[in-house]
Design a protein around this ligand. Structure first.
Ligand code: NDP
Length: 488
């Protein structure tokens, strides 16, 4: 009979599950491992069995029997139906008090439903966001578990043992009940989309605008990584830009198709933001930019039809030719990137605040910023400032109102405006730079043209409007004498 000795189990031993199992075993956990096809389990044990204590199982029954109580199993199988099948199969074999963890990228509303169903059976269900990819899973990811406080008692120490560590703290915290962990992971990914697109726009301005080589741009990013923009994404950008294609000897960036893929978390972030009424314009534009890059036929037709750009070819020619001007423009781009990045994070954090209200979560935004400092894709020095802002206890509606960020954006705005203006004049698309600036300007405008929209809506559809000088709801009799009716 199998001995119930494992304190944690992992189901699904493809790239993510195998790496997570090895990380768990390397940190003193006894790890039960199961995969639908036993060959993957065998490979794991043959190649990495010496890294720690594994308990391989050939059947799910054996796997469950090898877990000590409360049994805790992390599912790392293909998202969607296979995950649902595995949750049910495990729940059938487990007992009340046991814990099922879905560490895949699930949609938070599915996690809410699954948690409710599993809770009804007396078990705990934890939707856990995991960031850092395969390498993170092996060397230390950032993790965002939801679920009950009780499940965190068991799971917390296990996850802390394998999480990335940033400034002495493990990059994992109990995010909140049911779908909170997957919700926060979703927003993390949305911010990642904006961050990546902003870096891509910066590259484009230096490449197409200033005419720098990929190698020269790689050096600019290396330099930026030494300051406020210090981050994993900036670091890997230099690596990609330094890389030469082995087959052709060309810069790697020039042989890659310019069609960005996506798996859906960015889209979920934007859909959810629309439902919650939170304008995440930077993230939205970043998702649309990936979509637009992949409209291959449309883009080809635009080439075939010769869709023209601005007549003034080389709006950047002066900056490109003069080393001092070039240097100044690169600094402008750095400042624009910093300011736009602050806007993207401000919007993402607003989405989490609103989500917390609607779904009844108590999200600790300072703690969330802290667990994103290590292990995850958006890890960055800058997150320390965000956690400081939320930990200060000051109440503010947007990160942009925090004194540090307010000053940073105000200081960057002249550069930001020059960059957007130059890009527009040269016909280089900068959707996230420009939409973030538009968001900033809209936010600080005392009066917006929305008043005109309200007038139009009232005229064509009797949608009513509010007045600036009197409370209540009003409608104007447009077709008749244009007198005003107050509606109660
Ligand atoms: P895959 O998404 O490629 O899934 C392969 C694994 O799922 C294999 O173990 C496979 O078993 C198993 N599987 C597929 N269908 C079934 C089924 N019907 N029943 C049982 N098992 C099944 O693996 P990854 O390691 O790439 O990803 C695992 C999870 O982690 C996914 O949910 C994914 O979304 C998520 N992920 C998260 C990342 C992150 O950074 N957080 C990055 C990448 C993935 P078999 O070997 O028998 O075919």
């Amino acid at each position: 009979m199998t001995q119930a000795e494992a304190n944690i189990g992992v189901v699904g031993l493809a790239a993510m599950g195998a790496s997570l199992s090895r990380n768990l075993a390397r940190h003193g956990n006894t790890v039960a491992v199961f995969n639908r096809h036993y060959s993957r389990t065998q490979t794991l044990i043959t190649e990495h069995g010496s890294e720690g204590k594994f308990v391989p199982a050939q059947t799910l029954e054996e796997f469950v029997a090898s877990l000590a109580k409360p049994r805790t199993a992390i599912i790392m199988v293909k998202a969607g139906e296979p995950t649902d099948e595995m949750i049910n199969a495990l729940a059938d074999l487990m007992e009340p008090g046991d814990i099922i963890v879905d560490a895949g990228n699930a949609y938070f509303k599915d996690t809410i439903k699954r948690e409710k169903a599993i809770r009804a059976r007396g078990l705990h269900y934890v939707g856990c966001g995991v960031s850092g990819g395969e390498e993170g899973a092996l060397l230390g990811p950032s993790m965002m578990p939801g679920g009950t406080d009780e499940s965190w008692q068991t799971l917390g120490p296990i996850l802390k043992s394998i999480a990335a560590v940033a400034e002495g703290e493990p990059c994992v915290t109990h995010i909140g009940s049911d779908g909170a962990g997957h919700f926060v992971k979703m927003v993390h990914n949305g911010i990642e989309y904006a961050d990546m697109q902003l870096i891509a726009e910066s590259y484009d301005l230096m490449r197409r605008g200033l005419g720098l080589t990929p190698e020269e741009i790689a050096e600019v990013f290396e330099d930026w990584d030494k300051g406020d923009l210090n981050s994993y994404l900036v670091q890997i950008t230099s690596e990609v830009l330094h890389h030469t294609d082995a087959k052709t000897g060309k810069p790697f960036i020039d042989i890659v198709k310019d069609q960005a893929g996506m798996k859906g978390t960015g889209t979920w972030t934007v859909q959810t933001a629309l439902e919650l009424g939170v304008p995440v314009t930077g993230i939205g534009e970043a998702v649309f930019a990936r979509g637009l890059s992949s409209t291959v036929e449309l883009r080809q037709e635009a080439q075939d039809k010769g869709l023209e750009g601005p007549k003034a070819e080389g709006a950047f020619s002066a900056s490109a030719a003069d080393p001092e001007e070039r240097k100044a423009f690169i600094e402008d781009v750095r400042q624009a990137l910093y300011a736009s990045k602050i806007v993207a994070y401000a919007q993402g954090f607003n989405e989490m605040e609103e989500g917390a209200k609607v779904y009844n979560w108590k999200l600790d935004l300072g703690a969330i910023a802290r667990i994103w400092r290590g292990g995850c894709i958006i890890r960055a020095k800058f997150l320390n400032r965000i956690s400081d802002a939320y930990d200060s206890g000051e109440q503010f509606g947007s990160l942009l109102f925090d004194p540090f960020f307010k000053k940073a954006v105000e200081g960057a705005q002249d550069s930001w405006r020059r960059v957007v203006a130059s890009a527009v004049a040269a016909g280089i698309p900068v959707p996230v730079f420009s939409s973030s600036l538009a968001y900033y300007d809209a936010l600080r405008s005392k009066r917006l043209p929305a008043a005109l929209i309200q007038g139009q809506r009232d005229l064509f559809g009797a949608h009513t409007y509010g007045r600036v000088d009197e409370p209540g709801i009003f409608h104007t009799l447009w077709a008749a004498d244009k007198s005003e009716l107050k509606e109660d």
